[in-house]
Design a protein around this ligand. Sequence first.
Ligand code: BES
Ligand code: MN
Ligand code: ZN
Length: 493
Amino acid sequence: MLFSAIADLSKRKEAELVAVPFWEKPTPATPLKTLATVVKPPILAKDFTGKEGEISLLYPKGGKEKRLVLIGLGKESELSVDGLRRVYSTLVKFCLKKKLSKINLLLPNIVALRTITLEECLQGICEGVLLTNYQWNRKTTAKEKSHFLKHVTLVGTLPQTLGMVRPIEEVAEAVYLTRDLINENADVVTPHYLGEVALGLSKKFPAIKSTIFDKKRIEKEKMGLLLAVSQGAATEPRFIISRYEGNPRSKDHTLLVGKGVTFDSGGINLKPTGHIETMREDMSGAATVLGTLAAAAATNLKVNLTVVVPATENAVDAKSYKPGDIFTSYSGKTVEVVNTDAEGRLILADALSYAIKHLKPTRVIDLATLTGSMVVALGNGISGFFSNDVKLAKQLLDAGNSTSELLWQMPLHKPYKEGLKSDAADLKNCASGRAAGSITAALFLEEFVGKVAWAHIDIAGTAFIDKEFHYWPKSAVGFGVRLLVDFLKKISR
Ligand code: BES
Ligand code: MN
Ligand code: ZN
């Protein structure tokens, strides 16, 4: 999809639709000039009030577009970036239903408002458009192809503003990559495939260097927990290390670790019907950190970033690792596996201790679809996170609020460590009972991070949804990419 921009309303090119923004009341949010009389009927009929997300369709005689829609932005005093994302998402859904390809958007005049900047306004509108103009290639035999918007002209701003739109497009592109990786079949997106994606990014962006460990190398490194989880899999595990050096003169260095379970059957502790159907999503952490890496490189972020992905399937097989068995982690700590379905924390433990030891990062953030308990606690709209560092936690919360990829901090409540005690090994991989399942999982991870500033984001509820929500499509959401990009952008300043 292509954005263009034109300052003068009367000089806009022809299109299939023009969208005219209104504040609630309704009053035009932009000077209408010759359109002023055209927009009147729905207002006079009181069919249109300008409420957030409201749409009225008109067919004006003559003019440069066959269709004109009035779109409500809500109250002027309450305008927010996310409000714009939602409104323009609604508009795009309307256009896609009508199979339109080329539209003109009159930009609201926000100069007098002071609630948001021009850059934020563009961000809200363009993200709303881009994040909605996405469709996973459904594998139906129906002849009808998915339809997309191809050309959007921003009317009321100089073409120079497209310089601000460019990075927004790059980040949206990265969100698409993340969504596609999560949506695609588990038999396609294997650990090997994730490695190829990392290598592909290295090829595309010279600032990214990737190293992929195969099974032999993982054995040589003695990542005993990753190997245990991968025992039953038909495809070999991979350990992916991709480094983007955007600020070579600085020692500051962020490590992102993403859970890459390409399918989580639960293993011998097999998941029941109702819990297993979407488990191709269990590599969402991996897809998110790879998407973030792509976005960082594409937008030339001045940060040093390493992305690490432990990748394996958690399969049921005669060779699968077994409940009750004890394995030695990369760190040397031994773990009694009491439940083979608590596999994410095992592979993350090896990834965290390996990467922290060898890369000595300034800070570490892991993302994982780690626990069903997190879905119970916060649902599908908010990710819970844990951190041992007050500053890092604050920065993440701030990035969450800016991007509306919302976070809620959960406690690393030390007394609950009791539940992870084993009489046969240093640790059990999960506590018995379901109480505080997300917290005990995070406490397990904490055992492998040492003193470095660390945060763990549990995206079990937000990575994949069963019903679309504004600009979040059904299935893979791409949650976390915009959040992490915003976080990285802010720490680079
Ligand atoms: N991948 C799952 C968690 C999950 C659940 C992700 C729902 C996305 C949606 C994880 O590996 C898992 O199975 N966790 C168990 C842990 C339990 C065995 C201690 C869970 O949450 O039930
Ligand atoms: Mn599991
Ligand atoms: Zn899992």
